[in-house]
Write a protein that binds this ligand. Structure first.
Ligand SMILES: [Cu+2]
Length: 286
């Protein structure tokens, strides 16, 4: 869904860039529903109607002009807004008026796909030692998290992701400071089969048998309900069929503040990409 939206969005941007050369700022008034408010970045994620001349109907994040007060706007609100687009194609909302707040969400923590900058759901999992692990336990660390299942027979899927993680693990271990500031988590999408002992055995194969490294790289399994929450948040699709699990891939980078930074939906990234992205987070912090 989102990939399609992003593609349409990029196409719209390109189209806009091509036909907007030399023109001055343009503005469009539209209506929509606030999916989420990201206060830190002063951004609204809006599910909006078609905006003729600018953007097809879709859900996407909009930066909001600094002088617009968002304290009275919450997820679920229907809004009327104005988007101003400058000649470079940059855009922001300059007017935001709540037209209907009766659908305002009381539960801010509803699960749905996250955008960068949003807080990840703090679900509980059980790690390879049978101990409880919460995603919030990693606050203060930069976390690379992916989804796997131990029985996965597709070389370019889970085995590939776990090999990539092993390479990232090795690279991070070269610098003790970096190692201390980072964590890796492989989340099983197979709660039925991937018990802690199964995960432990699987993990050791990627850690050269060094069980001390589980402190840095956890293999954890959620309950089916919690898995559903995580999968929604990270746009992961999985379905059991014929004793296997057909699934998409999602690897996410989570900042020390527990917010989503970046995601990869394929396995064509290489370990150095992830390590570079993790270092960038650390550098930004200092
Ligand atoms: Cu797999």
């Amino acid at each position: 869904m989102r990939n399609l939206a992003v593609r349409i969005f990029l196409f719209a941007c390109l189209f806009f860039a091509l036909c907007s050369c030399g023109k001055s700022d343009r503005h469009y008034d539209f209506k929509g529903r606030v999916v989420s408010k990201v206060s830190e970045t002063h951004t609204l994620v809006v599910d909006h109607e078609n905006i003729p001349g600018f953007m097809a109907a879709m859900t996407m994040p909009y930066p909001v002009a600094a002088n617009v007060d968002l304290s009275g706007v919450e997820a679920g609100d229907r809004i009327a807004a104005r988007v101003v687009v400058n000649k470079d194609g940059d855009y922001e909302l300059t007017k935001v008026a709540v037209t209907d707040s009766s659908h305002r969400q009381k539960e801010v923590n509803e699960t749905r796909q996250l955008f960068p900058g949003e807080e990840i759901p703090d679900v509980e999992l059980v790690n390879q030692d049978g101990k409880k692990l919460r995603l919030s336990d990693s606050r203060g660390k930069t976390v690379l998290l992916t989804f796997i299942y131990t029985r996965c027979p597709m070389p370019t899927f889970c085995p590939r992701l776990s090999s990539l993680f092993a390479a990232v693990e090795k690279e991070l271990a070269k610098d003790p400071k970096e190692y201390a500031r980072t964590r890796l988590i492989s989340v099983s999408i197979d709660p039925k089969f991937d018990s802690p002992p199964v995960l432990r055995k699987y993990g050791l194969a990627y850690l050269n048998g060094d069980e001390k490294k589980f402190e840095h790289w956890s293999f954890a399994v959620p309950t089916p309900e919690n898995l559903k929450k995580l999968a929604q948040a990270f746009a992961l699709v999985y379905e059991e069929e014929d004793n296997q699990i057909a699934h998409s891939m999602s690897t996410v980078l989570i900042g020390p503040d527990g917010r989503l930074i970046k995601e990869w939906n394929v396995s064509d990234w290489i370990a150095t990409d992830a390590v570079a992205a993790m270092r960038q987070v650390e550098n930004a912090k200092n």
